[in-house]
Design a protein around this ligand. Structure first.
Ligand SMILES: NC(=O)CC[C@H](N)C(=O)O
Length: 232
């Protein structure tokens, strides 16, 4: 699996992703500077977390205009895999690859925590190493992670099974007390209609190396790897 990890000025989780895909999973991984636009050798594009271009104006609003994002849109249109984590999720919504928007957290604070999530669907590359309705724990760290979409978009996301991860409590229930940022429908991660583009606010790359205190994120990368191996 050839992995491309996008690097914007201000990205700060790019090396964490490289550590997982190259360091732990031994997959060839290339960092892609935001001015590059040749992704022809890449199977999976990962847009990592951080503060792209300082996240001025709005998180991801400037990054979407970069040459690498124009190339990433083409990559996605070919049905290839694209993963956006945290700031990457924000960039993917700004770029129009995913519906809705990430707005300021409900309490207007940056939230840094480890939270339970329910895996809603397991028939896609991203989640097929998890059990349906499995409750996993992943770190979150964001100031603008509250998922918002208009009522029609929200309805179609739910009807089409595009919500892959939902904030919940330890028992898997999504109630008032288990929504760290005020996301509508407790949404933590969604895919596009085709399922090849995933955006999520939690950080699977920070929960893949056992020395960091949790490995619930690793199966997402392993699922990706399994899907690419099946195609190649
Ligand atoms: N960890 C991140 O990627 C943070 C994303 C973004 N800068 C925010 O604060 O919401």
């Amino acid at each position: 699996m050839n992995v491309g990890v996008v690097v914007f000025p201000g990205s700060n989780c790019d090396r964490d992703v490289v550590w997982v895909t190259q360091g732990l999973l031994n997959q060839p991984t290339r960092m892609i500077w935001h001015e590059d636009s040749d992704l022809s050798d890449i199977d999976v594009v990962i847009v990592p977390g951080g503060f792209s271009y300082g996240d001025y104006l709005r998180c991801g609003a400037i990054a979407r205009f970069s040459p690498v994002m124009q190339a990433t849109i083409k990559h996605a249109e070919q049905g290839k895999l694209v993963l956006g984590i945290c700031n990457g999720f924000q960039v993917l919504t700004e770029a129009g690859l995913l519906p809705g928007a990430l707005v300021r957290n409900r309490d207007l604070h940056f939230v840094c925590d480890r939270v339970p999530l329910k895996v809603e669907r397991t028939d896609l590359p991203w989640t097929n190493y998890y059990r349906t309705e499995e409750v996993i724990t992943l770190p979150i760290a964001h100031g603008e992670g509250s998922y918002y979409a208009d009522a029609n978009t929200l309805k179609s996301l739910e009807e089409n099974g595009q919500v892959l991860f939902r904030y919940c409590n330890a028992e898997g229930k999504s109630d008032q007390s288990s929504n760290p940022n005020g996301s509508l429908n407790h949404i933590a991660g969604i895919c596009n209609r085709q399922g090849n583009v995933l955006g999520m606010m939690p950080h699977p790359e920070r929960a893949s190396d056992p020395s960091l205190g949790g490995v619930d994120g690793m199966r997402l990368f392993e699922g990706m790897l399994g899907a690419i191996a099946a195609i190649l």
